[in-house]
Design a protein. Structure first.
Length: 241
C-alpha cells in the first residue's frame, strides 16, 4: 500500500512538472538551441558602434578634386597668362623665383629643356612632366605652400597658363580653360611609356631564382659614397643619419 502511494505521488509530481519543462523548451532562444545545420558554428553577434554618418554629397565633392590627363575632373573656369603673372608674383615667386628659377632650395618651375640626362636634371613643365594635369592638380590641391586649396579654379588656370608661358609652350596672349586644357601638349609627353616588364624582361625571370652564393667570386665594392660626393667632408657640419 505504501509502495503504491509513493508511486502515485511520483507520477503526480511528474505530471505537474511536465508543462513547466515543455514551456521552458519552447522559450529557449536559437542560440541556446541552434538548428542542427548551424550547431557549433554560430555567427558572431553584429555590434552597432553608432560612429560616424554617411558623407554628404558636398563633402565628397570637396575631396574629389583630382584631374586626369584628359581633363576629366576639371572644374569650369579660365585664366590668362597675364592674370597668372600677377597671381604668381604675389603668391608664388617668394619660393619659386620671379621667373620660375627657384629661390634658395625651392623647386625650379621653368627651363631645364635637355637636362634630363645631365648630372643635375631640372624637372619642369618644359623638360620632364608629360601631362599638364599633374601641375594643375598639384597647384590647386597643395599650393601655395602652407595654404593649399586657397586658389580658386580661375586663379589656378591663370597660374598654370603663366607657367606654360615661362616654359615657352604658349604665347603671352594665351588663355587656359577647361575647354582647351586637353589640347595643350607638353614637350616630354613622348618620354614616358607603359610599364612593359612583363614582356621586355620576362626572359630574365626564373622559376627558382638564386637566393644564395649566386656569384662565383667574392663580391667587390665598386664605389663609395665619399667618392661620389654624397657624404659631407666637413667635420663641423650637421650629422648625417
Amino acid at each position: 500500500m505504501l509502495k503504491s502511494r509513493k508511486t502515485a505521488a511520483i507520477a503526480l509530481a511528474l505530471g505537474l512538472l511536465a508543462p513547466v519543462f515543455g514551456l521552458a523548451q519552447q522559450q529557449r532562444t536559437p542560440a541556446q538551441n541552434p538548428p542542427a545545420a548551424t550547431a557549433g558554428k554560430l555567427a558572431p553577434a553584429r555590434v552597432q558602434l553608432n560612429l560616424g554618418r554617411p558623407a554628404l554629397p558636398q563633402e565628397i565633392a570637396a575631396w574629389d578634386i583630382d584631374v586626369r590627363p584628359d581633363g576629366l575632373g576639371l572644374p569650369p573656369g579660365k585664366g590668362s597668362v597675364k592674370q597668372g603673372e600677377d597671381i604668381y608674383l604675389e603668391r608664388c615667386a617668394a619660393c619659386h623665383g620671379e621667373f620660375g628659377e627657384g629661390a634658395g632650395r625651392w623647386p625650379v618651375l621653368a627651363g631645364g629643356a635637355g637636362s634630363l640626362k645631365s648630372d643635375n636634371p631640372e624637372k619642369t613643365l618644359g623638360s620632364f612632366w608629360p601631362y599638364l594635369s599633374t601641375s594643375w592638380d598639384y597647384i590647386y590641391r597643395a599650393m601655395p605652400f602652407g595654404n593649399g586649396q586657397s586658389l580658386t579654379p580661375d586663379e589656378t588656370y591663370a597660374v598654370v597658363a603663366y607657367l606654360l608661358n615661362l616654359n615657352d609652350i604658349v604665347k603671352e596672349d594665351f588663355e587656359l580653360s577647361k575647354e582647351n586644357f586637353a589640347s595643350v601638349k607638353l614637350p616630354n609627353v613622348g618620354g614616358f611609356y607603359d610599364d612593359d616588364r612583363e614582356t621586355a624582361e620576362k626572359v630574365f625571370w626564373k622559376k627558382n631564382p638564386c637566393m644564395k652564393n649566386c656569384k662565383p667570386e667574392p663580391a667587390k665594392v665598386t664605389g663609395r659614397a665619399r667618392a661620389i660626393d654624397v657624404t659631407p667632408d666637413s667635420k663641423t657640419g650637421p650629422r648625417v643619419e
